[in-house]
Design a protein around this ligand. Structure first.
Ligand code: SF4
Length: 248
C-alpha cells in the first residue's frame, strides 16, 4: 500500500514508520502540531506519558522523535530512490495507547513515489519540504509554546540525521550508492542554501553540530532526556559531563 518493498518497509520501521492508524485520542496530524496553542495543550497531555516534568522537556523529546522522521525521509530517498510525502498535512503521529509511554509512529496518507529524473533537484526539494515546511515550523511552534531553545531542538534533529548517514556508510556495499550517500550528506551539511531550512534561517542550522566522520561526537546542548529517567543517568555524548546545566 505504501509502494515499498518488504525490505524497504523493514528498514523504515527502525525510523518509526507506521503502517496503520491507531485510533488513539493522542494520535495527531502533523499540521495540527504546527499551531503553538494546540501544541502547548498537546505537550501538556503527553508529558505524563513521557515522564517529563514540564512542556519544555516534552517538546525536546518530541523533537527527538521528529529527528527519526527526518532520518526516515532521507534514508528512503538516498538508499531506495523513493520519497514519502513530507507535507505535514499528509502524515500523522500515531500513538499506541497500549504501548509504553508516548512513542509515536509515523503514518503517511500517500504512497511513496519513485524518484525518476532530476535527482539533484528532487533532493533539494526534499530538503526544503522536510526542513522548511515541516521541521522548522514545528521547532518554531515549540519555541512559541514553551520557550525552549531552538538550538537544542535542531541538535535533536541533527543527531538522528548524522547517525543515519553514518550507519548507511557501514551498511551499503555498492560503491556507487556509498558515494551517492556521501554526496547527499555533504549536500545537507555544506551545499544546501540556508533558506531551504526555514523562513528566517540565515545559516545552516545542522552543520554547526557536525564534528567530522571519525570525531568522538559530543552534543553541544543537552536534550533534557535525563530528567525523565529516575536515575538521571546521562548519555555518553552529553555536554553535562563537562558542564552542569540547569533545567527549568
Ligand atoms: S544526557 Fe544525553 S540523552 Fe540525556 S539528556 Fe543529556 S544529551 Fe540528552
Amino acid at each position: 500500500m505504501l509502494n515499498l518493498t518488504e525490505k524497504e518497509l523493514e528498514s523504515l520501521l527502525r525510523f518509526g514508520l507506521g503502517t496503520k492508524r491507531t485510533g488513539s485520542l493522542l494520535s495527531v496530524k502533523g499540521a495540527q502540531l504546527l499551531h503553538a496553542g494546540f501544541l502547548k495543550r498537546y505537550l501538556g497531555e503527553i508529558k505524563g506519558g513521557l515522564n517529563a516534568p514540564n512542556e519544555k522537556v516534552a517538546a525536546s523529546l518530541m523533537m527527538r522523535r521528529c529527528g527519526m522522521m527526518t532520518a526516515l525521509h532521507f534514508y528512503l530517498f538516498t538508499a531506495c530512490g523513493k520519497r514519502l510525502p513530507a507535507d505535514p498535512s499528509l502524515m500523522s503521529w500515531e500513538i499506541d495507547d497500549g504501548g509504553q509511554g508516548w512513542a509515536p509512529s509515523f503514518y503517511f496518507e500517500q504512497e511513496a513515489e519513485v524518484v525518476q529524473e532530476n535527482r539533484r533537484q528532487e533532493f533539494e526539494k526534499l530538503t526544503e519540504d522536510v526542513f522548511k515546511h515541516h521541521v522548522d515550523k514545528l521547532i518554531t511552534a515549540c519555541f512559541q509554546a514553551c520557550s525552549i531553545s531552538k538550538k537544542i531542538l535542531w541538535e535533536n534533529i541533527a543527531v538522528y540525521l548524522f547517525w543515519m548517514y553514518e550507519t548507511l556508510q557501514t551498511e551499503i556495499t555498492d560503491p556507487a550508492l556509498k558515494k551517492q550517500a556521501e554526496q547527499d550528506f555533504c549536500y545537507i551539511l555544506y551545499e544546501a542554501e540556508p533558506d531551504l531550512f526555514g523562513a528566517d534561517v540565515c545559516e545552516n542550522p545542522l552543520a554547526k553540530f557536525y564534528q567530522g566522520q571519525d570525531a568522538e561526537q559530543t552534543r553541544s546542548t543537552c536534550c533534557l532526556y535525563y530528567v525523565t529517567d529516575k536515575s538521571g543517568v546521562t548519555c555518553s555524548t552529553c555536554p553535562r559531563k563537562k558542564q552542569k546545566e540547569r533545567v527549568s
